[in-house]
Design a protein around this ligand. Structure first.
Ligand code: SF4
Ligand code: SF4
Length: 347
């Protein structure tokens, strides 16, 4: 069998016509690409562990490209949490605006991640995550997918093999009698793609841990009072009860000293999984200059709001405050540079 790569388009939430158009353009071309096995799933973050789309993703053993409407780091760790594991595939795609900024920006120094947990038992395959918000031109994605496909080394399996997993009766029926494809209102060939799309999803909200940053410090489990976090069989932190998390609350991402907690749908890029940066989203922490609440104060406030909404008592800063974060000596950062420059001004 010739080598192929699996490409999965993860649909946007809602019905934004520009987003649907880009998905359609990609799907229409990839469907007829002999080097590609293409499928479409609903929004990746909303898939439950037993959704047909997630069962399908788990069944793909070879290299895979995921095109989704979220930061690549968020997509990668959402997949990992669901057992869809692999080494990070490096994409050459960048956000359109990044091209202009490139020359002005000083590249940020690579943080020391030697204490991070990293991925466990990763299979020998690569997962490439492309952010569909980066570019509006489908051609850019298609060229990148072709470049990746040339490098792919692992054989895909027949897509129908997902059925050898543990689909429920109704999932099997959807596969055997695929409905009309809602993507372009035209009948699709009888592929699992249609079946993957028909199963409904609901919007979800939960933290995702980036294990390439997480040092297992347990600050998050101490801070969260809603039973979201747990510990696995090898004493590794994990998001155990995803749906216990309070919709819209990103509190624990603010207390994580490694910026390892991602909420893919949060409006602040650093919390939603952008590379680099701190959850303050600012290169210089203006809160220290102008007296705005610190990240920790915001987290305490957000947690109290959720406790009260649950009919419980607010606890303020008396419970589960990050120890290491407050003890950690602050290194000479850009704020210090700014203050030094101000001191040196002879006004
Ligand atoms: S606070 Fe962050 S670094 Fe610490 S265990 Fe939780 S996710 Fe990992
Ligand atoms: S956002 Fe709030 S409720 Fe959700 S896991 Fe973090 S602290 Fe717990």
């Amino acid at each position: 069998m010739p080598k192929k790569i699996t490409v999965v388009i993860s649909q946007a939430q809602g019905k934004n016509p520009a987003k649907r158009h880009l998905e359609e353009e990609l799907a229409a071309t990839l469907l007829f690409d002999p080097d590609v096995d293409m499928s479409i799933v609903p929004h990746l973050y909303d898939l439950t562990a037993d959704h047909t789309g997630m069962l399908f993703l788990k069944s793909v053993p070879g290299d895979m490209v995921i095109c989704s409407w979220m930061f690549p780091r968020a997509a990668r760790w959402v997949l990992d949490r669901n057992g869809v594991k692999g080494h990070e595939g490096v994409s050459l795609l960048k956000p359109a605006a990044a091209d202009d900024e490139e020359e002005e920006e000083e590249p940020a120094p690579e943080p020391d991640r030697s204490n991070a947990l990293g991925g466990l038992n990763l299979p020998k395959r690569r997962i490439y995550c492309l952010d569909l918000r980066d570019q509006s031109d489908a051609k850019v994605y298609l060229e990148e997918i072709q470049r990746i496909a040339k490098d792919c080394t692992v054989q895909t399996v027949d897509l129908q093999s997902w059925i050898s997993g543990q689909p429920k009766g109704e999932q099997l029926q959807r596969y055997l009698n695929p409905p009309v494809n809602r993507l372009n209102q035209e009948p699709l060939p009888a592929t699992p793609a249609a079946a993957l799309l028909e199963e409904p999803t609901r919007r979800r909200w939960y933290p995702v841990i980036d294990y390439s940053r997480c040092t297992n410090c347990m600050e998050c489990i101490d801070f969260c009072l809603f039973g979201v976090y747990g510990i696995d069989s090898v004493d590794r932190i994990l998001v155990e009860q995803q749906d216990n998390c309070k919709k819209g609350c990103p509190a624990c991402s603010r207390v994580c000293p490694e910026n390892a907690i991602i909420f893919p749908e949060h409006k602040t890029a650093a919390i939603a999984g952008a590379e680099g940066g701190s959850v303050s989203g600012l290169k210089i922490d203006l809160s220290k200059l102008f007296g705005a609440p610190t990240a920790l104060e915001m987290a305490v406030l957000e947690r109290d709001t959720e406790l009260v909404a649950d009919g419980r008592d607010a606890v303020g800063a008396t419970v589960g405050l990050p120890r290491r974060q407050t003890e950690k000596p602050r290194t000479h950062d850009k704020l210090d540079d700014l203050m030094d420059s101000l001191d040196n001004l002879s006004l």
